[in-house]
Design a protein around this ligand. Structure first.
Ligand SMILES: NC(=O)c1ccc[n+]([C@@H]2O[C@H](COP(=O)([O-])OP(=O)(O)OC[C@H]3O[C@@H](n4cnc5c(N)ncnc54)[C@H](O)[C@@H]3O)[C@@H](O)[C@H]2O)c1
Ligand SMILES: O=C(O)C[C@H](O)C(=O)O
Ligand SMILES: [Mg+2]
Length: 623
């Protein structure tokens, strides 16, 4: 009897242990599966060659064992510093630079900050990206708008080392082999420009390379793209900027821009070369003048994995902003269909916004609704005033958004009506600027916005850089009133409205969307980027805002949140790609696995696991 009891007890213990082991094993499996492993990097160089390679260099953070193994002993000061100490040292330098340049011209200070960041980028990529991510609010205005505009304008003087690739009209017939000069075996993301419309600064020719570099910095910081697998590209087809042509030190081709078929064939050749060497790459078109931006998007979008950020990224951010403004009015998002929206600027950005928002309205009220058919809630204004069907030589891309003559005569307007007249007659809920004309929202225009019966009119001067913003935040709050919702393309400070009240300033910039669109496209393996994926991205951005923030007039998430937001946007993009059956998988993750992940709600974990973060990995030498 006693024996039987002992045996039963033993079995129970074994069973309990087995079950505990199973739980432990399961726990470990789940933990290990989700854990990010920092793999060692294989290097085939030693000693000072490593110190001069920004990808492997850790500077004073090389541990003693690595110094020993890699022939670095004696090549560095003896004390081993942690990455946090390196950050403290850099930030102390940065702050002292800030103090020393505070009272001088702002542009000099901005360029000095860009220079020390760029030098860090050139010598230690890991540290550079760690500092950028941890201080994104403070540093985005330097690597990105507005300072990046200044950098492009002064590029010839600032140039020290090349970054990215340059293809020019002189390389015709050679691009297919040139692309193999790029050292990386794999490239996930290319941002390309032809320099023809750099922010609102116009044609800056080859100097526009600063924009792809800045955008890709954000891809790494916000989307966790691996910096070894991104490629900034400049296609130099000449410039029509006479100042540059007259400058003997200008580094681009000294010739007017190629036009027509000649131009198109250069871009075609580049695309073929890029997708031949890197078939899974995503190409983001950036800052092409509008006349080419639309044509190239139409030409490539179903054939290649590409998108145009100025048309499509901007449109999504604008839509999310307007949806936020609608909610800030205390109305449901579906009321977007009732908003009166004046868009000033009918270039790639303005037209992209109107087209995308019309699609969004159609999603809400249905395609056949007269609101959609007649573009009822959009008024487009360009350099010649209100765009109507009476416009002579109307830009074919703008034609479908022109107001009908019947409609405008009813509202007391006419073809070419001035902006102030349009605002007075329309009394819009939303006034959006994408004109690249600084100060276009004059006191008169802003005061006319007071006629709007909207409880919280939105003033959105989205042109970049700061000098091209249609108005400042202060002007908007002063001339329209404290109740507005405000967002600008480049950053402004919140405005002190007195009595302890603050006028909230949002940054309505495509930086909130393009990283998530690119990352989602990459990780879904979608063959091309569909409208549905773009809408999913925009709707996701709009949905992350909570009511409390919206009531305060905050319509976009805080910049320091951009990495988390980007992961969520990528999740939304991937889910949509799966629904539309365009997701073809990424690396070892096939479409069936993506579907399984979508079902057990683990797409976000998959995204996060695939995001690169700046950490020093141990270096293993192989000859
Ligand atoms: N915030 C963002 O995320 C974002 C994104 C993309 C573009 N942008 C900015 O939008 C601006 C425009 O970009 P784009 O590619 O459309 O440029 P574009 O040159 O193609 O278009 C400019 C448009 O503004 C119009 N315009 C010029 N002067 C005007 C005036 N006095 N009154 C009314 N309209 C006028 C032109 O007729 C044209 O339609 C740039 O400053 C760019 O930096 C901002
Ligand atoms: O670059 C930016 O800051 C946004 C946008 O792409 C632009 O062209 O202005
Ligand atoms: Mg742009």
């Amino acid at each position: 009897m006693a024996q039987a009891i002992a045996s039963r007890a033993r079995k129970a213990v074994v069973k309990a242990l087995e079950s505990e082991c199973w739980q432990l094993r399961e726990g470990a499996r789940r933990y290990l599966g989700q854990r990010k492993v920092v793999r060692p990097s294989i290097v085939n160089k030693r000693s000072s060659d490593i110190l001069h390679d920004p990808w492997y260099n850790k500077g004073t953070a090389f541990p003693l064992t690595e110094r020993e193994r890699l022939g670095l002993r004696g090549m560095l000061p003896p004390r081993v510093m942690s990455i946090n100490q390196q950050i403290d040292r850099f930030m102390a330098n940065f702050r002292s630079l800030e103090r020393n340049t505070r009272d001088g011209p702002q542009e000099v200070a901005a360029l000095a900050k860009w220079r020390i960041l760029n030098r860090l980028h050139d010598r230690n990529e890991t540290l550079f990206y760690k500092i950028l991510i941890d201080n994104i609010q403070q540093l985005a205005p330097i690597v990105y708008t507005p300072t990046v505009g200044l950098v492009c304008q002064n590029y010839s003087g600032l140039f020290r080392r090349p970054r990215g690739m340059y293809f020019s009209a002189a390389d015709r017939g050679e691009m297919m082999s040139m692309i193999y000069n790029w050292p990386a075996e794999q490239v996930d993301m290319i941002v390309v420009t032809d320099g023809s419309r750099i922010l609102g600064l116009g044609d800056l020719g080859v100097q526009g390379i600063g924009i792809p570099i800045g955008k890709l910095d954000l891809y790494v910081a916000a989307a966790g793209m691996n910096p070894q697998r991104v490629l900034p590209v400049m296609i130099d087809v000449g410039t029509n900027n006479q100042q540059l042509l007259d400058n003997p030190l200008y580094m681009g081709l000294h010739r007017p821009r190629l036009e027509g078929e000649e131009y198109m064939s250069i871009i075609d050749e580049f695309m073929e070369a890029a997708f031949t060497r890197y078939p899974d790459v995503i190409v983001q078109f950036e800052d092409f003048q509008s006349k080419w931006a639309f044509k190239l998007l139409q030409r490539y979008r179903t054939h290649y994995r590409m998108f145009n950020d100025d048309i499509q990224g901007t449109a999504g951010v604008a839509l999310a902003g307007v949806l936020g403004a609608v909610r800030a009015q205390g109305r449901p998002m579906s009321d977007i269909a009732k908003q009166k929206i004046v868009v000033v600027g009918a270039g790639s950005a303005g037209l992209g916004v109107v087209s995308f928002m019309k699609q969004a309205v159609a999603r809400v009220v249905g395609n056949d609704s007269p609101q959609v058919q007649g573009s009822d809630n959009f008024w487009l204004v360009d350099k010649d005033g209100l765009v109507t069907e009476a416009r002579e030589n109307i830009d074919p891309d703008a034609k479908q958004y022109a107001r009908s003559l019947d409609d405008i005569s009813r509202s007391g307007l006419q073809e070419g009506a001035s902006l102030v007249d349009v605002v007075r007659h329309v009394k819009p809920d939303v006034l959006m600027g994408l004109s690249a004309v600084g100060g276009l929202f004059t006191q008169e225009v802003l005061e006319a916005m007071k006629l709007s019966d909207c409880p919280r009119p939105a003033i959105l001067p989205m042109s970049n850089p700061t000098s091209k913003a249609e108005c400042t935040a202060e002007q908007a709050f002063k001339y329209v009133g404290p109740h507005i919702v405000f967002a600008s393309g480049s950053p402004f400070q919140d405005v002190d409205l007195g009595d302890g009240k603050i006028g909230r300033v949002n940054q309505g910039n495509n930086m909130y969307l393009f990283p998530g669109i690119g990352l989602g496209a990459l990780l879904s393996g979608a063959h091309h980027i569909t409208d549905g994926m773009l809408h999913a991205a925009a709707e996701c951005l709009a949905s992350v805002m909570d009511e409390e923030s919206l009531q305060k007039g905050i319509i976009y998430p805080p910049i320091p949140e951009i990495r988390n937001i980007t992961a969520k946007i990528a999740e939304a993009v991937i889910k949509e790609a799966i629904i539309e059956e365009v997701a073809e998988g990424y690396r070892e993750t096939d479409p069936r696995e993506l579907q399984a992940m979508a079902q057990d709600d683990s797409i976000l974990a998959y995204v996060e696991k695939n995001m690169w973060s700046p950490e020093y990995s141990s270096l293993v030498y192989e000859s």
